[in-house]
Ligand binder design. Sequence first.
Ligand code: SAM
Length: 285
Amino acid sequence: MNATTTAEAPAEQRSAQYDAFHAARARTDLVARLYGAAMGEDYPVEVAASSSCDWPLLGLMIARLRMRPGQLLVDAGSGTGGIGLWLARALSLRLEGFDLSSVAVAQAADRRPRFGLSAERAAFRVAELEDTGLPDASAHGIVCVDALGGAADRGAALRELGRVLAPGGRLVMTRASRRGAAPAWMEQARAAGLTVERVDERPAEPTMWERLYRLWIAHADELRSELGHAQAQNMLREAHQVLPTLPGRRAVVLTLRRTANAPAVPGAADTMTGPGRHPDERTPQ
Ligand SMILES: C[S@@+](CC[C@H](N)C(=O)[O-])C[C@H]1O[C@@H](n2cnc3c(N)ncnc32)[C@H](O)[C@@H]1O
C-alpha cells in the first residue's frame, strides 16, 4: 500500500484510511495472495507486509542494522507488525512498534504469539512518525519500511527518529526518488543529526510494484467483492495513479547512523522537502 497517496490528508482522515485498509485486508487473504504473486519466491509469507518487503530486504536490514541480542529495535510505521516481529525473533531483540492506525496496532499485538514473543518483549502503540512518544536515545536500531511517505512533515519525522536513536545506532529505511534527480538524502540526514552510512539500490522494486498494480487491476472485481467497493476503489486509484511513474523510479535502502555523541539537531531540518512539494516520492515507498 502506498503511503504517499494519503500523506496530504488531515491526520484523522489518514488514520481512518489506513484503518479501513488494514481492516479490509484482514477479512480476506486475497491481498496477501496478490503480493505473493507479484513477489514470487521472494515473498516472506509469515511477514505478510503491506509494502515492498521481500526476502532480500529482510536480509539487507539484518546486515545493515548490526544489532546485538537484547537491544531495542523500533519499527516505525509498523503496520500489522510482521517486519518488526520477524526481526525481533531472528535477532533476539526487544521491539517497540508504532503506527498511525489503531487497527493495524491491534492486529500487530495479536500476532505476537505466532512469533513466540510476549508483550514485554514486543510492544505496539498508536503514534505518529513526527511524535513517537519514545524516549531520547532509546533505540539501538530503527526500521521504517514504506512508511515515511505517510508523514505530513517528513523533515519532522526524520528529526524525531534521529532523536529516538541512541548514539551509534542505525536507522534503516526505504526511500524513493526520481531517476536522474539529485535526492535530498544527505541534507535531510544531516539536518536530523544523522550520517548516511550506506545507500543500497533496489533495482527490482519498481517492477515488483508494476506487477502488483497490474494484478490489482486484473482482479478488480474480486477486490470489490472481498474488500468492499470503497476499499477496492482506493487501491485501484492508487494503482492507476502510480503505475505511470514507475519507469522513472529509483528505490533505495538508506542506512543512517547517529554518530556517537552527536545530538539530533533541534529545528535544523526546516529546509526539508515536505509531501506535495516532493514530486519525486509520489510513488510507493
Ligand atoms: C505501506 S504501509 C507499511 C507497513 C509496514 N511498514 C510494512 O512494511 O508492512 C504504511 C504504514 O505506515 C503507517 N503510517 C502512515 N503514515 C504514518 C504516520 N505519519 N505515522 C505513523 N504511521 C504512519 C500506515 O498506517 C501504514 O500502516
